[in-house]
Design a protein around this ligand. Sequence first.
Ligand code: MRU
Length: 353
Amino acid sequence: MEKVERMGAQQPRPVALVGGRVRLIDQTRLPQELSFVDLHSPEEVWQAIAHLKVRGAPAIGMAAAYGLYVGLAKQSFGDSAELGRELESIASYLQTARPTAVNLAWAMNRLRRCFLSHRQEDVQSIKDALRDDALAIQREDETACGQMGEHLLTLMHDGMGVLTHCNAGALATSQYGTALAGLYAAHERGWRVKVFADETRPVLQGARLTAWELQRAGVDVTLICDNMAATVMAQKKVHAVMVGADRIAANGDTANKIGTLNLAVLASHFHIPFYVVAPQSTIDPDTARGPDIPIEERAGEEVVQWQGIRLAPEGISVYNPAFDVTPHELVTAIITERRIWHPPFAFSGTGGG
Ligand code: MRU
């Protein structure tokens, strides 16, 4: 049997529930420093999500689920109806932290359903059930990432080159990541896979996070600027593009970090497969098509300055959409924990299947 060394233990865990607090890796401080912050309230969790201390679709869903539980756990309620009203208020509030990744709303809806199925119980039992369900979201995400990695392996070969964008790795999930799961799985098997990581302007998730976590795991990773992708493709160094997703519409149109669409267009031109890798919870069957996906616009400051250093003239106009939508025609396959979905994509029902 093939010897596979599991690297789960070395993986950074971006989110955890620790002693009634939400503990996060502060991703704004990477790669300079691996430091953690403890959050004590839904307001602190909201701020952490909005300011990218925690980011990546599955990770913000997990953080919000823990934030909701923490917000309820520290309060006293006369009865379950009172708890239910507060749950709705906190969940609706947390959902506003970022609009594009559907995993945030998905996690809140899951805890809403958990409450409904336990509402006949006493307040403490309901709180316990919500905590257990929030923990289950993270455990299930770990399993799902492992399964995505196994599916991806069937699309990969020893010696290949893979281009990825933003960070869809362990830092964006509970373990392994989505788009990076196959790279970790291949690495565990001793395959020589060469990864090209886009810097991912404006806030450099590729340079700061993907490069950091892959290098730390011993994966062969080369950092390129976003505008170098066409060149590495033209030089035949890339055999597949693998990206994550923040929301996948029913027809397979996919929102992901700004710049993903550029890569999809390039991949089509160079006849390179373009794979979208995400948990089923990222599929939103209630959103029919890409243009219906809400796209977050972030502060222009992210574009015109970096850590206090001005990069562009004062007063310049800036447009800063955080995500773009890749039309389904450009997607070769969508890989979830359940299976590899090939076109034509037509997702319906709960969980996208
Ligand atoms: O703005 P970010 O850093 O939250 O954007 C993250 C991405 O676009 C990821 O590719 C996506 O969330 C998938 S993470 C597995």
